[in-house]
Unconditional design. Sequence first.
Length: 187
Amino acid sequence: MIAFPLPGEVIMSYCGFLVYQGHLNWFLSILIAWLGVSIGVTFSYWVGYKLGTPFLIKYGKFLFLRPERVKKTSEWFGKYGNKLLVISYFLPGIRHVTGYFSGITRLPFIKFAMLAYSGAFIWVTVFICTGKFLGPRWKTFSSIIKPFLINGGIIVLLIIVMFVIYKKYRVQINKKAFWIIQILFLK
């Protein structure tokens, strides 16, 4: 959860597969994985909190984040990010930056912890249980689910982007839509 591009779903479901085989304890696997994810996301929160926007503006170019993009992302996350914390674990790529931007936008730590830790618990439990219940079919599942997770993450990201664009350009979009309706239906 500190922005290493690891396939967390596959790792957690493999852990569940090991639980199925009797190599790991189910309860301890969920607890330890949840603690690990919580520690990682807390670390990323405090890095974002301590280094903040000035650090990203100075060094963001190495991460392909221009200063104007950092500012816009921080503003957007300040408005909508806390709603994203619980479900962000299920969005590959998004979950890796939510801790940083929560710190950068100064989301109160208690609120961050409640949302992020509960999301971490749900995410870990879902994938460990999935691996446990799939048992010997785990290998088939892991190869099938990966493209769906990536596509699902892209779809959710596109919906979020469309929502933000609509909120920003609502008046222009509505005028254009009304104009198109007039042309098509009111001739």
